[in-house]
Design a protein around this ligand. Sequence first.
Ligand SMILES: Nc1ncnc2c1ncn2[C@@H]1O[C@H](COP(=O)(O)OP(=O)(O)O)[C@@H](O)[C@H]1O
Ligand SMILES: [Mg+2]
Length: 269
Amino acid sequence: MYDKYQKHKDEDLRSKNLKTIGTMSTGIAHDLNNILTPILSFTTMAMIDPGLNDNVRYCINQIIKATNHAKELTSQIMSFSRGSAGIRKPLQLGAEVNENVKLLKAYLPDNIKIETSIDFSAGQTLANSCQILQLVMNLGSNACHAIGKETGIIKISLKKTAFIETDTDSFSKAKEFIQLSFKDTGCGIDDKTKMSMFESFYTTKTNGNGLGLGLFVVGEIVKNQNGKITVESELDKGSTFNIYFPALQPDAGKESTLQNVKNMGAAGI
Ligand SMILES: Nc1ncnc2c1ncn2[C@@H]1O[C@H](COP(=O)(O)OP(=O)(O)O)[C@@H](O)[C@H]1O
Ligand SMILES: [Mg+2]
């Protein structure tokens, strides 16, 4: 009989196995990263030679691209494994996100404009700053890919909010949240993709352009924070990802400027 005790034992075993897999994959990713670094350095140095013919230059460029891709994969794995055990501390989310957006800006091409609306007094949440950076970079790069070569805008906003919801999970027990939103003018998301996009290795990007780990990592980070993520999107009409972080020690005395969030969107996790 599958009783409560057995269920508890199974869960315990599963979490021990996951921890072992996490430790192993971090080790492998780390070693792989050490191999990739000299490949990238030497190929980049080789490109400087003015005597290279076009064919060799093209081939080296392809090696550099593939190596960068592999480095991205190792960094996702390392940050994910670190993330599940990452130390959380109270963070002023407005200031944190603002700093991370500066890094994101440096990474984005010129055709994409970032607009920000950050309430620096939105308050604190219990979080791991590496994870917040990972989240900003992953959502930002997805928005960038969705916009493609057209000119487009990514609006990043952060504010305090109240989240009204009927379910009874631990999330809904918190009363105040800090809402971080990424709204892009990209290609939008169809219903089929919405259903699967938070799964690991799910990607609609072809030719090895996608790893399918970005939203999986984002989803795990949000779960870790006891937060919630919703997505509003229609094909050709852009997408908005909203993340709700439980606010730390909400100041009950302050006049409420909270906004009620009624529409959860189809793809909440
Ligand atoms: N802002 C967005 N606009 C349109 N589609 C998106 C957006 N963000 C994510 N997606 C979809 O979700 C899929 C999974 O995203 P992700 O997990 O980051 O993997 P990857 O970016 O490597 O494909 C993407 O392939 C894409 O189809
Ligand atoms: Mg991605």
